[in-house]
Design a protein. Structure first.
Length: 358
């Protein structure tokens, strides 16, 4: 094991002892915010230190077996024990390396999912609807909640744009690699000659900001317009100025929300989406700086980047970032995305590990 890893693990072991003493204090709950912070840190460090102790125990077991091998009668047994111990060390070290990977502070957050039709007209809008259903079904499989924040319907029932909120523990960690360009190849419903067309959609996965104040929304930098909502929704939604458009003047980011029945709710939703987009913009700028120093194996996440192709005639889904091809189109479009999400996460972890080894 690298010396830098050993030093880091030693520091964590010492810190765990400090946390145990702090948490055993009778006055620890006097400051509940500090108590929650300490318990969260303890929960993060404990499994790492336990693995490190298991690694040290395996090293001791191997040493004991080597001493035992000096006895001819015990040599065969000792060699078996040494082999088992070495295999344990390899596995534990791999697990430790994963535990020491940098944590994404957004991983456990809820997300805003934004899907926009691209090239391909109505077919692109229909595919946007297919994608939103795919992500919604995936969310349902995880026990997460899905809420539509804003939508713009196309003439044939698809979406020119749809923004949804997915509420669930770890939503961002599982779906953060979905940002980018999604391409579909299939025969559109409007095609009379049976020819395969290519259309595109863009997907953006944005972690929800913890607090709007975290983004420092200055009222002087906002332009808020209200207007009459359009589309289905009954008499109330069509006869009052309940729809809200918020423009962040410094960045030019515009958010519209009209699905809620009240102007107050639509404004709150729009401000929440705006805060998340500004937070996402800052986060991507930081990631771009980091990406300049190392190659990202799972792509940059830029929305214009083509990341995946859905070929319906061949029943094939290909993720171009990791050269993964799966022939299970129907299952994936029905929300069975575990194979894709797990492969992307594994590649991302491998990239982080490679960077740590430099």
């Amino acid at each position: 094991m690298k010396e830098s890893f050993v030093n880091r693990l030693t520091q964590l072991s010492v810190r765990l002892e400090e946390l145990n003493q702090l948490l055993s204090s009778e006055t620890v709950t006097a400051d509940l915010d500090m108590y929650r912070k300490l318990t969260r840190e303890h929960a993060e460090i404990l499994p790492v230190v336990e693995l490190y102790h298991a690694f040290q125990q395996s090293e001791r077991d191997i040493q004991a077996a080597r001493e035992m091998s000096a006895d001819p009668e015990m040599r065969e047994f000792a060699e078996d024990e040494i082999q088992v111990g070495k295999e344990n060390l390899v596995q534990i070290e791999a697990d430790l390396q994963k535990q020491l990977l940098p944590k994404d502070p957004n991983d456990e957050k809820n997300i805003f999912l934004e899907i926009r039709a691209g090239t391909g007209g109505e077919e692109s809008a229909l595919f946007a609807g297919n994608l939103f259903r795919m992500y919604s079904r995936f969310a349902e499989r995880q026990g997460w909640q899905v809420e539509i924040i804003s939508q713009s319907l196309s003439d044939m029932g698809g979406y020119r744009e749809i923004i949804g909120k997915i509420v669930g523990h770890g939503a961002y960690s599982r779906l953060k690699f979905e940002s980018g360009g999604h391409r579909v190849q299939r025969v559109p419903a409007t095609e009379t000659q049976g020819r395969v067309h290519t259309s595109t959609c863009t997907v953006a996965v944005i972690p929800e900001a913890d607090e709007i104040s975290e983004v420092e929304l200055n009222p002087a930098e906002l332009r808020i317009d209200t207007y009459r909502a359009s589309g289905a929704g009954g008499q109330h939604i069509n006869k009052t100025d309940s729809a809200v458009r918020v423009t962040h003047l410094p960045t030019g980011i515009v958010v519209e929300c009209q699905d809620g029945r009240s102007q107050h709710k639509n404004k709150a939703q729009a401000m929440s989406v705006l805060a998340a987009r500004i937070h996402d913009k800052k986060m991507r700028a930081q990631q771009a700086e980091q990406a300049a120093t190392r190659k990202s194996l799972v792509g940059t996440g830029e929305r214009s980047e083509r990341i995946r192709t859905y070929n319906f005639p061949q029943g094939r889904v290909t993720d171009h970032r990791i050269n993964l091809t799966l022939y299970k189109m129907d299952q994936i479009m029905d929300g069975d995305m575990d194979d894709i999400c797990s492969a992307l996460m594994a590649e991302h972890q491998a990239d982080l590990l490679a960077a740590m080894m430099v």
